[in-house]
Write a protein that binds this ligand. Sequence first.
Ligand code: PLP
Length: 879
Amino acid sequence: MKAIRRFTVRTVLPEELSALGRLAANLRWVWHAPTREVFAAVDAALWESVGRDPYRMLGEVGRERLAELRTDAAFRARLDAAAADLDAYLGEPRWYQGTDEADRPEAIAYFSAEYGLTAALPQYSGGLGILAGDHLKSASDLGVPLIGVGLLYRHGYFSQTLSREGWQLESYPEVDPQGLPITRLSGAGGAPAEVGVDLPGGERLTARVWVCRVGRVPLLLLDAVHEGNPPGLRAVTDRLYGGGGEHRLRQELLLGVGGVRAVRLYCGLAGHPRPEVFHMNEGHAGFLGLERVREYMAGEGVDGEPLGFEEAVEAARAGTVFTTHTPVPAGIDRFPRDLVRAHLAGDSPAVPGLPADRVLELGAEDYPDGDPEVFNMAVMGMRLAQRANGVSRLHGAVSRGMFQGLWPGFDPDEVPIGSVTNGVHARTWVAEEAQELAAAMVDDSAEFNRPEGWRKVVRADEGELWRMRRTLRERLVAETRARLRASWRARGASDAELGWIDGVLDPDVLTIGFARRVPSYKRLTLMLRDRDRLTRLLLHPDRPVQIVVAGKAHPADEGGKRLIQEIVRFSDRSEVRHRIVFLPDYDMDLAASLVQGSDVWLNNPLRPLEASGTSGMKSALNGGLNLSVRDGWWDEWFDGSNGWAIPTADGVSDPDRRDDLEARALYELIEDRVAPLFYDADGEGLPKRWLEMVKHTLVSLGPKVLATRMVQDYVAGYYRGAAASSRALLDGGAAGARELAAWKARVRAGWPGVRIEHVEAGGIDAGAGEPPRVGGELDLRATVLLGDLDPEDVQVEALVGRVGADDRLVAPAVAVLERTGGAQGEHRYRGSAPLTRAGSGGYTVRVLPRHPALRSAAEMGLVAVPEPHRGMEDGIVLR
Ligand SMILES: *Cc1c(COP(=O)(O)O)cnc(C)c1O
């Protein structure tokens, strides 16, 4: 019976219990325990059997039970309290409402190809989606007026089971939107609201719009599965990251272009303020920029005359933020250029009215090593967003190197890509026991944003803390056994063969969690490098270790599936199977059990290929300790005593040898440091030094790893600036956008005429014998030819600093030179730079475009430096 189509019949709730419907329809229950308790009280057994999903629960609860509850005063009091709490949460001013109004955006639209909000809404594959989900939840908690935009996939990401031989099997259960906590957006007359995107050959892809309430944040999900689309086009939203080129391109056109149209429709219908800022969460969302350009060219959002293409690009860029999540070129979304041309430059383009060549140029890899046949979504994202960032400090640096080709002439550290380190939504990921323990010590949850709040938490009684940790470990043990039993049944084993599962894991043994997607850089099997040594660790007579592993390989990744099989086969062996377990179907529920119940969270990616990683943050908030390669977020916040850093063999180019070295370091750490600390209990059975480390972890990481901190960073560092830039260009009939586009065109045209004619440094080049002294100043003069440009168009800078190995200045000090005179295109500049360190140094002078609307001197990728041997980076010696 394969071809089952699902449908859902909704319960009709009695009037007195109608609040149940409202509570189920807003995902706040995901992070609000009292609301979940109300549902559990409806029918405890049913609650468990529907996987603690309120929406399913309401579909299955019997009428008799509802009739009983109707007259149950105690239940109704709880229900009313939960409903009142939700109303207060939705309506009251929160953090954002108390911030400075001056450049605070009215609304922000956040676009992502996936969202991990709850296991009950399987619209995510991994970290990117979980991050997007945590972003929305935290925005809601903070009162940030965000609108989320995504696609509704009929099959979400796949479910994973194992074959008898330990091979990953995939299935794609169909989700029925009627059975999900989402409602269809309807137009004025009650008909389903619809958005559309034109496709080549005159076809039109249309989508219905579903609204998912994530606390205060509406998430719009576009759904192509409806009778208005021909069957071929309904498949566009079948699977998350399913299919290749054309399928994926159409998904992204729907997300970006259809998504902006859905936002406009929603804001109109719901009376929601118009977003001033658009956030592209990874390149998948890049097409939103083109639609916004089209809008401005059609005069939408502009007082006065519609804008021309270049003007519209400026207006759109100013209000756009782009976040990149991959540290490797292979991780970037790229399409064949011809495919993009067909969709954007044919006779029925997805975004009409744009100059085709310019659109294709936006995604062109027109830099050394670029592929001319490719349209690169991240490149387009960078060009259509004035603000861009990576997701940890290290990843920001890696991204500046990776995208350097877009800003030729600038050193990587000047590439205008910043970073906001990811965070996690505490109330989603922290065990209730731990939340209660924390809440008992801290009254105001805002205190968790500061170390002081966490210092209060760690004043908790050590015995209590340790008991809480054991409770969570014990729960993981029980959960592991249940899941392992189900997995073995699916692998064809009978109950009679599975008696041993009752002895799998031990609630008093040091538990290491290791769960992630299985791309090769995450090295799922590094721990298997020396199987005998791992076996000895697992079976140590006094200090044993147990490991729970989970992870999905991409369906097309045979190599990843082989790695899973290796782990499964090892953990199937009878001598170790009670100490190492692979659990299939890693999802948010399993992730929560693992991060809550593990004492140690292991992560051993190939540095620096983990952009951020977030699972270790979840573990830390639950009192787990990180044991990780210094990559992503851990590179930034490991402080020497809040966990352990696995030393990396960064310079070793032979991957086998590198794995050997890093695996050995991992075994040594577990043997010599981790296990002895865990088992070093005092007379009362408390491992004092371990608990000290847990407390230090909470104080040092607690305030940092929160997604509320992350969202606040985006508001302060990106959204506000984008709103200010956008207003500056759009106010007064978009005069700013018109002027900026004209200015850029003039500067670009005139730039070849900009030349540095002459540079000299007083006291050095004049041969005045006496070298300059530390604490003094270097007097610099330059003569610059500006051709057709005016002095107001440029900035002339001197850079002074140490000369690095590659003949570049290392982190130079920058001094702006003042114009002292000149005419007819030839201008004299003078200024001084402080000399702060002794030793040999160098200086150079450069000319950059200058305009108040530029955010970074590198923004236009234009720079003029002296021609070689004309004074560039002359050596100076400081005493
Ligand atoms: C947190 C989480 C991730 C991301 O974890 P990483 O640290 O990036 O590996 C992936 N999948 C699920 C289900 C998660 O909960």
